[in-house]
Design a protein around this ligand. Structure first.
Ligand SMILES: N[C@@H](CCC(=O)N[C@@H](CS)C(=O)NCC(=O)O)C(=O)O
Length: 205
């Protein structure tokens, strides 16, 4: 077993946990206790100088940033398993969704959270920035809604890492206060994706 997955439950690592479970291949899990600061221990920082999860260590290389890990897993293992298209136009579509999920969708959600959530100090929150992030989030969700029109999944007619990359953020965004009520396609697709046994296994921690 050569792949080691460093994670903490209910964090950015959960999408990667889900992605690994979808592959149904052996890997070793190492839970990092964020509350104890294990992500800032020198031996961990030597692998990921950002001191964050997730991290995948394989063949002597530490791979961090969940987007990079998802692409790595997709390219190396996901093609054979039908989770990531081989190089070509469907691969390009998948990469678009993976990058868009992180750079546009989650970015708007993150800004909304930082500016509206009481978990962040009041003097660091900006109501106007929170409001415009919320609008951007609704616009972004509208893009997913239209992309799903007449389709069960985003790319190639079957579940893939493109769906995982986007749907993996939806429950978090809903908890944050994103309004999904008019997005019927997203609701049905998100329910399909999040009902997958691989996600249930990942959620066990
Ligand atoms: N851009 C990074 C974000 C990773 C991240 O923010 N991880 C958080 C958990 S959600 C973390 O490890 N926080 C611990 C810390 O900052 O000390 C990724 O996508 O992998």
């Amino acid at each position: 077993m050569s792949l080691i997955f460093y994670y903490a439950p209910m964090t950015s690592a959960t999408r990667i946990h889900w992605a690994l479970e979808e592959l149904e291949m052996p890997y070793e899990k190492k839970k990092i206790d964020l509350a104890k600061g294990e992500q800032k221990a020198p031996e961990y920082l030597a692998m990921n100088p950002n001191g964050k999860v997730p991290l995948v260590f394989e063949d002597g290389v530490a791979i961090y940033e969940s987007l990079a890990i998802l692409i790595y897993l997709g390219e190396r293992y996901g093609v054979d398993k039908g989770l990531f298209p081989k190089p070509g136009m469907e691969r390009a579509e998948s990469l678009t969704w993976l990058c868009w999920a992180q750079g546009t969708l989650a970015d708007a959600g993150g800004r909304m959270m930082r500016n509206t959530s009481e978990r962040f100090p009041e003097d660091e929150r900006n109501a106007k920035a929170g409001e415009s992030a919320k609008k951007e989030l609704q616009t972004a969700l509208g893009i997913v809604e239209r992309a799903l029109e007449g389709k069960e999944y985003l790319v190639g007619g079957k579940f893939s890492y493109a769906d995982l990359a986007v749907a993996g953020f939806v429950p978090f965004l809903a908890r944050l206060g994103a309004d999904l009520s008019s997005f019927k396609n997203i609701q049905a697709w998100s329910a399909r994706c999040t009902a997958r046994p691989a996600l249930a296994r990942a959620m066990q921690g």
